[in-house]
Write a protein that binds this ligand. Structure first.
Ligand SMILES: NC(=O)c1ccc[n+]([C@@H]2O[C@H](COP(=O)([O-])OP(=O)(O)OC[C@H]3O[C@@H](n4cnc5c(N)ncnc54)[C@H](O)[C@@H]3O)[C@@H](O)[C@H]2O)c1
Length: 325
């Protein structure tokens, strides 16, 4: 269970793209805590410099401010790297509908640059962030790898394209790639601000400041909310996975589903506030239900998430209380 006992060669170097963002900074922190070296590549487009600066006094940490849309930057960042954990991307469904060209350039061409850079530098494994969005409009629950439907947003398309490109790099260039389909990750350092903020940090911040959060739709939509340490576990275990399952994609979630309205009341209760939610119209591109079957990752990556939703929400609330007030 967990990742604390995983062992790599003592001089191992990881590259985390998007390492100044929410998931990426949690990955960097975990790698440093395990005693290994990590290089972070981030253009700070949605990430924060302070999430890189907090590690800079550690001799095992290196920060490169750079853009994955530039191939030379990616090649330089991959030098001497053992494992790439590629997180850099733009992540919002509504924003991708507003800016399809940018999403194509950033999320697809940027990932292709990273695959090429990893191939040139002969990295051992290329682990990358995909998304539950690739299941599109398929209504079967829980989601199983192979049950993908019609894609509902440009964002989903970019993640599906990344999976196809990664597969090609495994097929033709002997690069071991592993796609991790994250399901609604939450936890410390997830940005609560802006029009595209994820629902849990946004609700926590609004409730803490006495404001009334808006639920889009009837609140009956379900999600497999996954604490960020489970995602860290999946990334590190994928680095140790067998060559036989390279080129594959895996659901990474906790494996349970929660209704959004229940999340709202759980947060309100934990924060001891009585504010009722407002309801707004459903948002274009949103999936109604999303829960994961995680048995493929369990059997092929030895993924055994030990952070339940309740445990994770408690840790997240503690962090926001200490860092927002
Ligand atoms: N958070 C979730 O619930 C979730 C769910 C599914 C998939 N994902 C995927 O996980 C990854 C990490 O997401 P996150 O929630 O940490 O988002 P985030 O916005 O906090 O982190 C993304 C990071 O990538 C950086 N970045 C973006 N474009 C870049 C570029 N061109 N060059 C260099 N750096 C760039 C940003 O500055 C940011 O630091 C993304 O690929 C996202 O699509 C996240």
């Amino acid at each position: 269970m967990g990742y604390e006992n995983l062992k790599f060669d003592s001089n191992t170097l990881f590259l985390v793209t998007g390492g100044a963002g929410f998931i990426g900074s949690n990955l960097c922190e975990a790698i440093l805590n395990l005693g290994y070296r990590v290089r972070c590549l981030d253009d700070l487009s949605t990430g924060k410099l302070e999430y890189a600066e907090m590690f800079m006094s550690n001799k095992n940490y290196e920060f490169i401010k750079g853009d994955i849309k530039d191939l030379d930057t990616c090649i330089a960042a991959c030098k001497d790297v053992d494992y790439v954990l590629h997180q850099a991307a733009w992540g919002s469904v509504p924003r991708s509908i507003e800016e399809p060209l940018y999403y194509c350039a950033n999320n697809i061409a940027g990932t292709l640059n990273m695959l090429e850079a990893a191939r040139i530098n002969k990295v051992k494994k290329f682990v990358y962030a995909s998304s539950s969005a690739v299941y599109g409009d398929d209504i079967r629950q829980p989601k199983r790898e192979g049950d993908e439907g019609n894609l509902l947003s440009p964002y989903a398309l970019t993640k599906m394209a990344d999976e196809h490109w990664a597969k090609q790099y495994t097929l033709h260039y002997n690069l071991d790639t592993y796609g991790l389909r994250y399901f609604n990750v939450f936890g410390k350092r997830q940005d609560p601000d802006g029009a595209y903020a994820a629902v849990i940090p946004k609700f926590i911040k609004l409730l803490l400041s006495g404001k009334q959060p808006v639920i889009y739709g009837d609140g009956k939509q379900t999600r497999d909310f996954t604490y960020v340490d489970n995602v860290v576990e999946a990334n590190l275990k994928a680095c140790l996975a067998s060559h036989d399952c390279a080129g594959e994609a895996f659901n990474i979630a906790y494996g349970e589903r929660e209704e959004l309205i229940d999340i709202y009341y759980a947060l309100a209760e934990a924060l001891d506030v009585k504010t009722a939610p407002q309801f707004g119209p459903e948002r274009a591109g949103d999936i109604k239900h999303s829960s994961a079957d995680i048995s493929k990752a369990a059997s092929l990556l030895d993924y055994k998430p030990d952070w339940s939703f309740e445990r994770g929400i408690k840790a997240a609330i503690d962090w926001y209380k200490n860092n927002l007030i």
